[in-house]
Design a protein. Sequence first.
Lengths: 77, 397
Amino acid sequence: MSARKTTKGSFEDSLNRLEKIVESLEQGQVPLDDALKLYEEGIQLSKACAEKLKAAEMRIKKLAKNADGQFELQDLE
Amino acid sequence: MLGPERKILSVTEITRKIRIYLEETFPQVWIQGEISNCRRHTSGHLYFTLKDEAAQISAVMWQSNLESLLFKPEDGMKVIARGAITVYPPKGNYQIDVDKMQPVGIGELQLAFEKLKQKLAAEGLFDPRRRKPIPVYPENIGIITSESGAALHDMKSVLERRFPSIGVVVLPVRVQGPGSAEEIAQAIGDMNRYGRVDVIIVGRGGGSLEDLWAFNEEIVARAIHASRIPVVSAVGHEIDFTISDFVADLRAPTPSAAAELVVRDRAELLETLRNMCYTMQQTLTDRVNGCFNRVKSLVESYSFNRPKDYLREFVQTLDEFDRSLQLKFHHFVELTFQKHLNFSQRLESTNPRGVLKRGYTMVRHKGTVVTSSKKLEVGERAVIEFHDGEVPAKVER
């Protein structure tokens, strides 16, 4: 099952990509044109990451199985 | 002596009475003693004697009860045995039917713990190489614990403080009492089937060894081992170690610690992001400045100015070439002119009119040149041509 991927993708991947970008910019091996593109991408990524982090409310739910054996999320009392 | 009022019993009858009496009086007793004459029959049953300094009692443990035994009974071992007193009529002796037994000095739970630990270790369930990495930045966390316990409350407050932007999915289970191990194992399986969490924390708050026991059960250990999603075990206090701790991908000393281990601090992470942005900006600015300086120094460099020199040299060469070309052309023109001149002179010499200049004349009659005197009759008119003009003439004779 690849269900995990759906939650995994965004933040961690973004942050890893961002780290790579910072690293390659620091090494200074990429041509300037590419460096500018990387920089642009990096800024976008860091914005997206920061936005995620700033989401203030913790989403807390209870996992329950309904009559059909399907999972559903309920509010926690 | 024997009288008629005395009831005479057969051996079988008295043995039966004794048996009923003993079995009703001692349906379950705990006996402490030392094992001797221990032998395992080919049937699988275990026969031995329990003794102390002054007495002994025969004991038997049936094959079916032996399977639950957590140690291997041997002669000389001090044990506590639980069982019912029975009688074996063919030999006329009483014995204890042991259904449970444990060595003296070691608690049963402790024993079970050690036994399961050894078994699972031998199977490789504790192999650190089998541990799955805990995601560094989980976005959704699964928590398997009691809905009413302090553990859930503690974890919630840690998560809220450190990383509010996280999804938490709680799967409530009973964490102690009969059936709790099965519930926990089922919950771990369910959380995997649900799938949309990056890491699972399974645990409970502190309690007695018995309270924590579900986390020492094989079924829970196997469920943790089978989990595709990394599992953090968080049972009891720092000092409590459970089988779950050994088999989990990460052991947290307490539930609160599990929450701290699983999520980074948000403030820290934001700081990291800011630093990365700054680094990117800085390196790029340096880079652009560096490039600018490079271009500048190139423009000013000797090598860059060489082409200009080349150009100049080339222009000069071109000028020279042009000059020589002009010279050559003039020469050519002159030569051609000279040739032409010679030619025209030569041509001139063949022109009949050239002869006229030297004093000869030409006579024409009716447009044609008269080349013989016989061609003119007396009285006819002709034209005499000189080099500078002509005069009419008339033949007189």
